[in-house]
Design a protein around this ligand. Structure first.
Ligand code: SF4
Ligand code: SF4
Length: 227
């Protein structure tokens, strides 16, 4: 899932300051799991902004609305009527959701309330870890299901490096927490799977420009044509 963190409230206040009737729109999918985009988060944001602007003149009004997914046009237009008088949308979605909303409501500013942080997984209640950077050429079949791109601090394709110690990455020191060495994990996992021969395979040079062209990527399902 995509993980998002709240922007600092001061930054959000500054970005909505010039608008007077703001619709706070939550997103019920990925960012709801990181507790920054769901129904509760959207209502809390509305309350926080209403409180922050309680003495402002002219009045600032904030309303709450929810969408199941802001990153899918099919989930926006049929299910969402913009209330009258709204002069800005504050989106509690990832960057893809904010941009899809901006595309759907071209005449109105759509402002981000979140910083889109990473693609990750909820490994324990309240603990989300980065797992994938969307490199476009997945190596997990060779690496025992552990991503060296997202989880190795140096994005090494043939690790570990000399900074691996007792299963931990040297980055643990600067991060102030124990960060497992991805390549230690990969080797241990390959051993457990009886696939240590994978470790002997030298990875080819990776194309670090996703999609090969450096531009934004597109996936087209068979039979579909882009608008
Ligand atoms: S190798 Fe890692 S970054 Fe690339 S697609 Fe697979 S999980 Fe994602
Ligand atoms: S110690 Fe392991 S995870 Fe850290 S940079 Fe080296 S190989 Fe990557």
């Amino acid at each position: 899932m995509i993980v998002g963190e709240n922007k600092p409230i001061e930054e959000i206040i500054a970005s909505v300051n010039e608008y007077h009737n703001v619709l706070v729109v939550g997103c019920q999918t990925c960012v709801a799991v990181s507790l920054t985009g769901g129904d509760r988060a959207a209502r809390s944001m509305t309350e926080a902004l209403t409180h922050a602007f309680k003495d402002s003149k002219p009045l600032h009004l904030f309303e709450t609305s929810m969408l199941e997914r802001q990153c899918e046009r099919d989930w926006i237009e049929p299910f969402f009527d913009l209330p009258e008088g709204i002069d800005a949308i504050l989106s509690l979605a990832c960057g893809a959701g904010v941009q899809t909303m901006a595309d759907a409501f071209k005449g109105i500013p759509v402002l981000p309330a979140l910083n889109t942080t990473f693609m990750g997984a909820l490994d324990q209640p309240g603990i989300l870890n980065e797992k994938c950077v969307g490199c476009g050429d997945c190596l997990l079949a060779l690496t025992g299901g552990i991503c060296p791109i997202a989880r190795c601090a140096k994005r090494l394709l043939n690790g570990p490096c000399g900074g691996s110690s007792n299963g931990l990455c040297e980055i643990s020191i600067s991060m102030g927490r124990e960060v497992e060495c991805a390549w230690h994990l990969i080797v241990e996992r390959l051993k457990a799977l009886g696939k240590l021969d994978n470790y002997e395979k030298i990875s080819e040079l990776k194309n670090w420009s996703p999609g090969g062209s450096g531009g934004p990527r597109q996936l087209i399902h068979p039979g579909e044509t882009p608008f």
